[in-house]
Design a protein around this ligand. Structure first.
Ligand code: NAD
Ligand code: UGA
Length: 485
């Protein structure tokens, strides 16, 4: 957690022309965008159809776990930031309307755009003068053209709106910092009028005035090095988003494949990734092996991007392979658990981590939950801990075979093995001497390479991780047999 407190000084840099903004959808993206636009000096109404969510926000409760988000909401709530379920009231006054609703996968892999269409239809009945409608959700190419068509079909005159594509690149866990210190801001539009509104919205970031403010959220941008704004066509902006996520997912599948080679030949993936990643053309980021990528975005966006390509008559087989490697990565880790413990039925498994990655309470498409499900299917008893995601996970596991504990040490009581599934840094700080005393067998399976192998071996653990040599506390064990590959 950062020590930074954005509430401590409420004086702002001068913003010459604040924009009245409505954000439709108050989830991970909409809520962060709304809070950040308020932080930039704009006047923001945040809308959601979920009455419970809006009531909570109105009473000052933030229901998602995201660093700095509660502080920013508290700072601006009731001043430049308000919440409502009434789309018409929000749209009435707004100059720019951001659509930030979900675009989940359908069975076919295509993105389900029904939430976007529903918002567009509602907007059509509320528009009362020129509005810039901004597509913030991640969507297939041509969605902005479809939104324009829906508005026109529902009687909105062409001169009353422009639809702009402004994809979002934030990561959960670091969403506020990512939003206010972006690598780039992409604005896809052919309309100079709409572009001018978008420039005003992002001006504090692109001119750098925001970073000079006494209470600005710190990050990689500065007055001297402000955010870059790229103007593109709408179609290019839509493709930039899908292509960026696809590239990052490809990097993860690549490093997971190399991790498997490391295991087969006795090399160490950390050393290999460092050696490869120091090449500036490649870069070290997104080269951490593990359980494969999860979350609400990469899995669905890879599928949606393949569907886009297929509709354009192309087969993005590369992405098929990225998905296949990702699925196998989890299966491979499960094999390691099975071959380290031999039989699983009746074994007591201590689970650390349920979120799809550290820093979030989000369990959507979490590799951790997929591993837990498989362990339950194999007849294990599971005791789990996560610093943020237990409430979300509990809602998905009615089974009595899984229990949740508030203290991470308690998962290890009488456990046959400890399995690390999310890389929360606080887990690396635990007292493993104490953990060893509590466990039935001193076995750790580290799906995120969170721990130091040397330290674990010195403390007498059997330690199995990803792309690194496994260490067995017991002597005379044939390691090749252990993996069963
Ligand atoms: P989310 O599920 O957390 O939030 C979506 C919100 O939209 C929900 O609160 C829902 O109640 C609301 N909603 C649905 N229909 C509505 C309607 N008709 N009117 C008003 N509100 C409505 O989703 P999210 O994670 O914020 O993602 C939103 C979009 O942003 C997706 O397209 C996603 O791919 C994209 N995106 C997400 C992230 C991320 O890190 N989560 C990052 C970049 C882009
Ligand atoms: C990702 C992108 O990083 C964002 O730029 C994008 O805006 C967002 O998707 C989106 O479109 O919604 P996010 O899903 O929050 O952000 O999480 P990441 O930090 O990118 O991690 C995604 C998954 O990949 C996690 O399961 C993580 O554990 C895994 N990962 C990440 C690895 O296995 N190895 C790595 O080196 C990096």
């Amino acid at each position: 957690m950062s020590n930074f407190d954005p509430r401590r000084n409420n004086s702002l840099f001068a913003l010459d022309a604040p924009v009245k903004i409505a954000v439709i959808g108050s989830g991970y993206v909409g809520l962060v965008a709304a809070a950040c636009f308020a932080e930039l000096g704009h006047s923001v109404v945040c809308v959601d159809s979920n009455e419970e969510k809006i009531a909570a926000l109105q009473s000052g409760q933030v229901q998602i776990f995201e660093e700095l988000l509660p502080e920013l909401i508290e700072k601006h709530h009731g001043k430049r930031l308000t919440f409502t379920t009434e789309i018409t009231r929000a749209v009435d006054e707004a100059e720019a309307i951001f659509i930030a609703v979900g675009t989940p996968s359908m069975e076919s892999g295509d993105a389900d755009l029904s939430y976007v269409e529903s918002v567009a239809t509602k907007l059509a009945h509320s528009i009362n003068g020129y509005k810039v409608v901004v597509e913030k959700s991640t969507v297939p190419v041509y969605t902005s053209a479809w939104i324009s068509r829906v508005l026109a079909r529902n009687g909105v005159a062409q001169h009353e709106f422009d639809v702009v594509s402004n994809p979002e690149f934030l990561r959960e866990g670091t969403a506020i910092t990512d939003f206010l210190h972006p690598d780039r801001i992409v604005i896809g539009t052919a309309s100079d009028r709409a572009f001018a509104v978008m420039q005003r919205i992002y001006k504090p970031l692109t001119t750098g005035t925001y970073f000079d403010g006494p209470s600005s959220v710190p990050g990689s941008c500065s007055v001297k090095s402000p955010a870059r704004l790229l103007r593109t066509s709408r179609e290019s902006a839509e493709l930039i988003k899908h292509a960026s996520n696809a590239y990052l997912a490809m990097k993860i599948s690549f490093v997971n494949s190399i991790a498997n080679i490391c295991e087969a030949v006795g090399a160490d993936i950390t050393e290999v990734a460092d050696g490869v990643g120091t090449d500036k053309r490649i870069g070290r980021r997104y080269l951490s092996p593990g359980l494969g990528y999860g979350g609400s975005c990469f899995p669905k966006d890879i599928k949606a991007f393949r569907a886009v390509a297929s509709q354009a008559g192309l087969d993005l087989r590369l992405l098929h392979e990225v998905e296949r490697i990702n699925d196998e990565q989890q299966a491979h880790f499960l094999n390691k658990i099975r071959s380290t413990l031999w039989t699983l039925k009746g074994k007591r498994m201590a689970i650390l981590g349920l979120a799809f990655k550290a820093g979030t309470d989000d369990v959507r498409e979490s590799p951790a939950l997929q591993i837990v499900r498989a362990l339950l299917t194999d007849g294990c008893t599971v005791v789990a801990h996560d610093p943020a995601a237990m409430a979300n996970a509990r809602a998905l596991f009615p089974s009595s075979a899984i229990s949740f504990v508030e203290d991470p040490y308690d998962v290890t009581n009488d456990a046959h093995a400890l399995v690390i599934l999310t890389e929360w840094p606080q887990y690396a700080e635990l007292d493993f001497g104490e953990i060893k005393k509590r466990m039935l067998y001193p076995i750790i399976l580290d799906g995120r390479n969170l721990l130091n192998p040397t330290s674990m071996v010195e403390q007498g653990f059997t330690y199995v991780s990803v792309g690194r040599r496994p260490y067995f506390a017991e002597q005379n064990v044939d390691i090749k047999m252990k993996y069963g590959r």
